[in-house]
Design a protein around this ligand. Structure first.
Ligand code: 5AD
Ligand code: SF4
Length: 440
C-alpha cells in the first residue's frame, strides 16, 4: 500500500491552488490523496493569515494534529503558506508547535519534494525564502473529469492596502506568460475541464511588465478562443484598474462570464483613503455604471470591511448607502482584523470589538435582504447554466451556476452534467434559485 496524504486548505483560491500543487507534488512521490486523518502518513496544512480568526482556526487544527502524532509517531506534519511566510512568524510557530516536521513559506512551495524527502529521513525541516527565487512556474493539476479548475495568471500584489498582509506574504506582482497559461488551460480542457477561473490578487494589472504591451483584456480575448472550454471567470479585480477595454472585452466575449467581483471595502472616501485603495466612491460608482450600461444583466459581488480604524457611524452609513446603490448579488463582509506589519495596525482610533460586531450584523442583514431581492428579480427569466452535478441537499436534483455565478437547482437527466442548458427560474430561496430546464 502506498502512503496517504491529507491536505487541508485554508484561505483564498490562490491558497487552495497552492494546496493542490502540494498534493500533486506528493502524488508524484507516490502518495495517494485521502480525507482520513486517522490513517494518514502525511498531513499538509496550507495556511492563511488574512484575518486573526483564520489564524486561530488553523492554530487549533495544528494543536489537534499533536494528538494524532502521539498515536502515530510515524506521521509527518507539514505547515505551509501565508501564515508561515509572515515576517518573524516561523520562530514563534516552531516554539508553539514543536510536533511539526516541515515548515514552508509561500515562495518555496515548488521545492516541497526536497523538504519532504529530508523530513522522511528523520529530523525537522524549516525553509522560508524571503523572496521568490525561481522563474514563475506552475504544476498543472488535471483531475480527470473535474469540470472546474483554478489557473494562476499572476502571483503577488503591489497595492499595499493598509489593512492587508498579502503583499507581505506573497511578494511583488509577477505575471505568467500568456502562452504558458493557455497551454495549461488546453491541458485542463483535454482532461475534461469546462470552466476555468483565472486567479490573481489583482488580475486587472496583469502583464503590466510586458513589452510589447499585452494586458488582462488581451489574455481574456485569447483564452476565449480555446476550443471546448465553456466558461471563463476571474478574480480578483481591483476597482482602480478596471478598464473600459476589459468591460468591452467581457461584453464581446463568448465564454467570458458577466460577473464582476469588485471589492469596495468601504463606501466612505475618508476610509478609502486611509485604506490606500486609490479610488473614491464616485469613481467606483462610475465603473459600476459603465458595467451596467454595457451589460445590464451582469452580477456584481464585493468584499466589505467594517470597523477599519477611524470608521465613524457616518462612514459606516456611507458603506450601507453604497450597498444600496450598487445592488450586489452577494457580498463577503468582514470585521477589520489587525495584522502586524501592516500600516493600519499602527493607526490610532482602533474600533472596539462590540462596535465592529454590531456593524457587521447590520451589514449582513441588509445584504441578505439585497441578495434575496436580486434573486427574486431573476424569477421568470431564463439563464444559461453549466450543469455541475447532483445537488448537495437533494441528490435527486441537479445543480449548476448561471453566468453571473448564481447557484440554481433543477431536475434533469444526469447525462447533461458538464453541458450548458437553459433554465427558467421559478423560485428564489434564501440561498439558491430553483428552476426548470427549458426544452430546446
Ligand atoms: N481585516 C479584515 N478583512 C480583511 N481583508 C483583507 N485583509 C483584512 C483585514 N486585515 C478582506 C478584504 C479582502 C478579502 C479577501 O479579505 O475585504 O478583499
Ligand atoms: Fe489568500 Fe491572503 Fe489568506 Fe494568503 S493571507 S491565503 S493570500 S487570503
Amino acid at each position: 500500500m502506498g502512503k496517504k496524504v491529507v491536505t487541508l486548505a485554508y484561505g483564498c483560491q490562490m491558497s487552495e491552488r497552492d494546496a493542490g500543487t502540494l498534493t500533486e507534488i506528493t502524488r508524484q512521490l507516490g502518495y495517494t490523496s485521502s480525507d482520513e486523518l486517522q490513517t494518514a502518513d502525511l498531513v499538509i496544512v496550507n495556511t492563511c493569515c488574512v484575518r486573526e480568526s483564520a489564524e486561530n482556526k488553523i492554530l487549533g487544527k495544528i494543536g489537534e494534529l499533536k494528538k494524532l502524532k502521539e498515536k502515530n509517531p510515524n506521521l509527518k506534519i507539514a505547515i505551509s503558506g501565508c501564515m508561515v511566510q509572515q515576517p518573524g512568524a516561523l520562530e514563534r510557530l516552531q516554539k508553539r508547535a514543536p510536533h511539526v516536521d516541515i515548515w514552508a513559506g509561500t515562495h518555496n512551495l515548488h521545492d516541497f519534494s526536497v523538504l519532504l524527502e529530508r523530513a522522511e529521513q528523520g529530523g525537522k525541516v524549516a525553509e522560508v525564502w524571503q523572496e521568490p527565487k525561481k522563474a514563475i512556474e506552475s504544476t498543472p493539476l488535471a483531475e480527470k473529469g473535474k469540470l472546474q479548475a483554478n489557473v494562476n495568471i499572476m502571483y503577488g500584489c503591489d497595492n499595499f492596502c493598509s489593512y492587508c498582509i498579502v503583499p507581505h506574504v506573497r511578494g511583488r506582482e509577477r505575471s505568467r506568460h500568456p502562452e504558458e497559461i493557455i497551454q495549461e488551460i488546453n491541458y485542463l480542457v483535454a482532461n475534461g475541464c469546462r470552466e476555468v477561473t483565472l486567479l490573481g490578487q489583482n488580475v486587472n494589472s496583469y502583464g503590466k511588465e510586458f513589452s510589447p504591451a499585452y494586458d488582462f483584456a488581451d489574455l481574456l480575448r485569447d483564452v476565449d478562443q480555446i476550443p471546448h472550454l465553456l466558461r471563463i471567470r476571474y478574480i480578483t479585480s481591483h476597482p482602480k484598474d478596471l478598464s473600459d477595454k476589459l468591460i468591452e472585452t467581457v461584453a464581446q466575449g463568448e465564454k467570458l462570464c458577466e460577473h464582476f467581483h469588485l471589492p469596495i471595502q468601504s463606501g466612505s472616501n475618508f476610509i478609502l483613503e486611509r485604506m490606500n485603495r486609490k479610488y473614491t466612491r464616485e469613481y467606483y460608482l462610475s465603473r459600476v455604471e459603465r458595467i451596467r450600461r454595457l451589460l445590464p444583466q451582469a452580477s456584481l459581488t464585493t468584499d466589505i470591511i467594517v470597523g477599519f480604524p477611524g470608521e465613524s457611524e457616518e462612514d459606516f452609513e456611507q458603506t450601507l448607502a453604497m450597498m444600496d446603490s450598487v445592488h450586489y448579488s452577494q457580498a463577503f463582509t468582514f470585521m477589520y482584523s489587525k495584522r502586524s506589519g501592516t500600516l493600519a495596525a499602527n493607526m490610532e482610533d482602533q474600533i472596539p470589538l462590540d462596535v465592529k460586531k454590531r456593524r457587521l450584523q447590520r451589514l449582513m442583514s441588509e445584504q441578505n435582504q439585497k441578495s434575496l431581492e436580486w434573486r427574486q428579480q431573476m424569477i421568470g427569466k431564463t439563464y444559461e447554466v453549466l450543469v455541475e452535478g447532483p445537488s448537495k441537499t437533494n441528490p435527486q436534483r441537479l445543480t449548476g451556476r448561471t453566468r453571473g455565478n448564481e447557484l440554481v437547482v433543477f431536475s434533469g437527466n444526469p447525462e447533461i452534467i458538464g453541458s450548458l442548458v437553459n433554465v427558467r427560474i421559478v423560485e428564489a430561496g434564501s440561498w439558491t434559485l430553483v428552476g426548470d430546464i427549458e426544452r430546446p
